[in-house]
Design a protein around this ligand. Structure first.
Ligand SMILES: *Cc1c(COP(=O)(O)O)cnc(C)c1O
Length: 467
């Protein structure tokens, strides 16, 4: 028991590192705190927290990493941060920015028409797509017990959205190549299926599902196909232009009816935006909402959000036009070379690890020789922040801008070799991160883990306990 308490204390220090150094507010202060001191405090936190990512040893998360770019976007954001784009008569610039973001993303994805929306992020795009499919299936086919058919690797936000909207999730295991098993997905479809989903690439492994086969299946069954390109949407088009072998996945594939692509990932916009593009305006219109008989007046809204900041829309537009096709191509070239270096380093020098598939912009690997969570423990100590996967245990390194600094890819490969040696030497010992994933393997373990995870959510919404 005493061990659990010290674990809790340690967890609290992780969650609330500033509880030792700055005031914890639990009520609005009587006297206004002066701006200079707030700015100084915040700048110090930001500097400390940015250091790890800027050093180039973090997988995913940051994407651009160019602070001049961020400063520019912050200037643009500031011009409209306070503006509520719900009031279009006051802020017609938002109509220009939003329409042009949609048009530019639709064009990049080879959509036949520029029909889309800007949402608050990848999860938001996926959930809006699910909503549109559910409404469309209900209106046009009378579906009352909706289900969606997913490869088990499809992003978890789809499960969250389905959970919230009363849509049954039919998770289908993937093939030995870790991509969607199309015949198995075909068997999971019935007359209440609203859509199937494929990824380009999937969050865990960066792999592209067989979208042409899924498109053919969707058309045959008269249902939608959403392609989740939240991660790959702003990279795969450039990889294709650079000559990489990218299988077909966008609107050029028949049967693809919607695609999500995150502007706040490889689109290099500030956090809080994504694009959801539909093949046609009819499907998009399923998410329109307008009310004519509310005492508050006539109301119309394109999605879940009410008020939205003009700053995010303006800065997303600015990120795209100031990066330009040439900028996206240059950044993609640099990222893909880093990933090629990592893949080659593993294949040539670390036979204990098996790369999962042949991903283009990230590398995930498993092992039948070492415990990859022990590998992760050693990488962590060397300053790397990997993404740990499960079912099966694996790690991934998703390559982003900060990782393209000279020497990073080579340093990673050599630290990875050392980490695998550490795991070989410590074989059989429990890994720090391993236990958590182990819990998930049994029903009672899952219950324990769920309650611990819910405890973390409670803590994340609390103030720091007194020291
Ligand atoms: C990141 C990601 C999402 C979810 O995006 P958020 O912006 O985190 O909500 C969805 N799908 C894939 C493949 C992703 O990588």
């Amino acid at each position: 028991m005493s061990d659990e308490r010290s674990d809790l204390e340690r967890m609290l220090d992780d969650l609330f590192p500033y509880r030792h150094t700055s005031t914890t507010f639990t009520r609005i202060p009587d006297q206004a705190v002066d701006r200079d001191s707030v700015l100084a405090d915040i700048a110090q936190m930001a500097k400390a927290e940015d250091a790890q990512g800027d050093a180039g040893r973090v997988s995913g998360s940051l994407y651009s990493g160019d602070h001049e770019h961020y400063d520019f976007l912050t200037d643009v954001f500031g011009e409209f941060a306070h503006a509520n784009v719900l009031q279009r008569d006051m802020y017609p610039s938002a109509t220009k920015f939003e329409g042009e973001i949609v048009a530019m993303v639709a064009n990049m994805l080879h959509a036949p028409v520029p029909a889309g929306v800007v949402t608050s992020g990848g999860s938001d795009s996926l959930i809006h797509a699910l909503y549109s499919y559910r409404e469309d299936a209900r209106e046009s086919r009378g579906v009352t017990r909706p289900n969606v058919v997913l490869p088990v690797t499809a992003h978890v936000a789809l499960r969250k959205g389905a959970h919230w909207m009363g849509i049954e999730v039919r998770d289908v295991p993937v093939t030995d190549e870790f991509i969607a098993d199309v015949p198995a997905m075909a068997s999971a479809i019935d007359d209440q299926t609203i859509a199937v989903v494929g990824s380009a690439g999937d969050y865990a492994h960066g792999l592209i599902d067989p979208i042409p086969e899924l498109g053919a299946l969707a058309m045959e069954r008269g249902i939608g196909l959403h392609v989740d390109a939240c991660l790959g949407g702003f990279l795969l088009p450039w990889a294709e232009e650079l000559g990489y072998d990218v299988p077909p996945w966008d609107f050029r594939v028949d049967g693809v009816t919607s695609i999500s692509a995150d502007t706040h990932k490889y689109g290099y916009a500030l956090k809080g935006t994504s694009a959801l593009i539909y093949r046609d305006t009819t499907l998009r219109a399923r998410q329109w909402y307008s009310v004519t008989d509310w005492p508050g007046g006539l109301y119309l809204s394109p999605g879940l959000a009410g008020s939205r900041s003009g700053g995010l829309i303006a800065s997303t537009w600015a990120a795209m036009v100031t990066t330009g096709r040439s900028g996206y191509l240059d950044r993609a070239r640099a990222l893909l070379i880093v990933n090629d270096t990592i893949k080659a380093g593993i294949r040539e020098g670390i036979p204990e690890l098996q790369i999962i598939g042949d991903p283009i912009f990230m590398t995930s690997f498993q092992s039948d020789v070492v415990d990859v969570y022990l590998v992760n423990d050693a990488l962590k100590k060397a300053g790397w922040r990997m993404n740990a996967l499960q079912l099966p245990p694996a790690l991934h390194f998703c390559v982003t801008g900060p990782n393209t600094q000279p020497g990073i890819a080579e340093a990673f490969v050599s630290d990875l070799r050392v980490a695998v040696d550490y795991a070989l030497e410590h074989a059989g010992q429990p890994a720090e991160s391993g236990a958590m994933y182990g819990f998930g393997a049994t029903p009672s373990g899952r219950e324990t883990l769920t309650s611990a995870m819910n405890g973390v959510l409670e803590a994340m919404h609390a103030t720091a306990p007194e020291v």
